[in-house]
Design a protein around this ligand. Structure first.
Ligand code: HEC
Ligand code: HEC
Length: 240
């Protein structure tokens, strides 16, 4: 615990400074080397995109999504997340993407798009996936075991670290925070423990979500601390 109390203010203050002039150029983020430190390396499969479908999806994206998620879906801190950073695209299954777009996220700024119908949502997903040649590791990540962590310990970590960007109870932007509503059912019902674990470990390039493992991390959490945080997150929606 001590290590983190000492480390966090320093890391966060440096981080906030750099975050301000954050640019969209592809950072040579250490996420690949960080992934290697985790015990089970997820296996990816290459994604094949139909260019005509992606083109159709781009037009639909520009009609329905660009206002919030911005050009090229790079996102806008505190307003809408990036949909094209490589960690997100590699870990988000088609089921996660299609379901999130269809249902939106109740209680957040993400509206439902069920009126578009499956075909058009599929085209939007093809467009999102056409950003970079990113292999899809979602099947192996989603198949990872569920967390058996201790939610009481996880709450301590969450309140100390995660709530600074995700808000108390993970309420997200509505609490004036820069991170998404990870304590709400709209996210938690669609994300597996493997998805959450991968995101905590690797972070998301070119966003304020840095990873939490290894020397370059915001704070170096152990595997069991990460499990505790996941277990805590699972308890949040029933309380709020
Ligand atoms: C410095 C700010 C910051 C901190 C601290 C932080 N996050 Fe994040 N997190 C973000 C941002 C910003 C995003 C969304 C990325 C984007 O905008 O594209 C995010 C995204 C996520 C996501 C994906 C959510 C989704 O909607 O898909 C998870 C899960 C997550 N964070 C978990 C955590 C956990 C657990 C902690 C604490 C250990 C934590 N974060 C700490 C800023 C932060
Ligand atoms: C009015 C603004 C708005 C519009 C329009 C909008 N979104 Fe969102 N979207 C958001 C916000 C805000 C979130 C984050 C919600 C949260 O805090 O969990 C989000 C989250 C998402 C996520 C989850 C990302 C993650 O990191 O897990 C996906 C996928 C997504 N939106 C896709 C789309 C697509 C595709 C469209 C167009 C069809 C769209 N959104 C239109 C505001 C919007």
């Amino acid at each position: 615990m001590n290590k983190i109390r000492l480390l966090l203010p320093i890391v966060l203050s440096g981080f906030l400074l750099t975050a301000c002039n954050q640019k969209t150029e592809e950072s040579s983020s250490s996420s690949t080397s960080q992934t290697k430190t985790s015990s089970s390396e997820p296996v990816g499969k290459p994604v094949h995109i139909d260019p005509a479908l992606a083109k159709k999806g781009e037009a639909l994206y520009n009609q329905n999504c660009v206002f919030c998620h911005q050009a090229d879906a790079i996102g806008k801190p505190g307003f809408a997340p990036s949909l094209t950073n490589k960690e997100f695209l590699s870990v988000a299954s088609n089921k996660f993407l299609m379901g999130t777009i269809r249902d939106g996220r109740p209680g957040t700024g993400m509206p439902p798009f069920s009126h578009l119908g499956r075909k058009q949502v599929e085209a939007i997903v093809a467009y999102l996936r056409s950003h970079g040649n990113i292999s899809d590791i979602s099947a192996s990540v989603d198949a990872q075991p569920e967390s058996h962590g201790d939610p009481r310990l996880g709450k301590i970590w969450f309140d100390q670290i995660c709530s600074t960007c995700h808000g108390p109870n993970g309420d997200g932007y509505s609490a004036g925070s820069t991170g998404t509503a990870i304590g709400k059912a709209g996210f938690l019902n669609k994300a597996t423990d493997g998805f959450i674990r991968f995101t905590i470990v690797n972070g998301r390039s070119n966003t304020r979500m840095l990873g939490f493992k290894g020397p370059a991390a915001m704070a170096n959490l152990t595997d069991s601390e990460i499990e505790d945080i996941i277990a805590y997150l699972r308890t949040v929606p029933s309380k709020s």
